[in-house]
Write a protein of this length. Structure first.
Length: 144
């Protein structure tokens, strides 16, 4: 319990996203030399997705955690839907759900295209799920 007249320092979770964002920008500065303050959350998500190696996959939640917003997996999904409008190509097919399911497949035309792109990268897929997901999982928080 805080003593009267003395303010306690807020935890990382209590801090507004705007205060956590500088740490994210510093982390990605090596990847994105501009480090511009005008980078949107979507731009940061796309930059992390561009770093996923061929033959590996990651999850929406792992990207969110890497950016310091671990409860924003759904927002990462929205950013993946904006990939067609990105200035540079983004390998969105390498981002799956936390169980390795191809949940974004319905955004491809035809829906089988996501699986075909993953298989072209060397990732095996069976019944819309990445085979050996744990071994192929790329954690941006550890790799970047």
């Amino acid at each position: 319990m805080a003593t009267p007249g003395k303010k306690s320092k807020p935890t990382a979770r209590q801090q507004p996203a705007a205060r956590r964002q500088p740490a994210v920008r510093e982390k990605l500065a090596a990847l994105k030399p501009s480090g511009g303050k005008d980078d949107s959350f979507f731009d940061l998500v796309h930059e992390v997705a561009r770093q996923i190696p061929k033959g590996r996959v990651t999850s929406y939640g792992a990207i969110a955690a890497c950016l310091g917003t671990r409860l924003s997996a759904r927002m990462v999904g929205w950013a993946m839907m904006a990939v067609p409008y990105a200035k540079k190509p983004v390998p969105a097919h390498r981002v799956v759900n936390r169980n390795g399911l191809l949940t974004g497949r319905h955004h491809y035309t035809p829906p089988e295209k996501m699986q075909l792109l993953l298989e072209k990268d060397g990732v095996k897929v069976k019944d819309n799920q990445v085979v050996d997901f744990a071994r192929l999982f790329w954690d941006p928080s550890k790799e970047l």
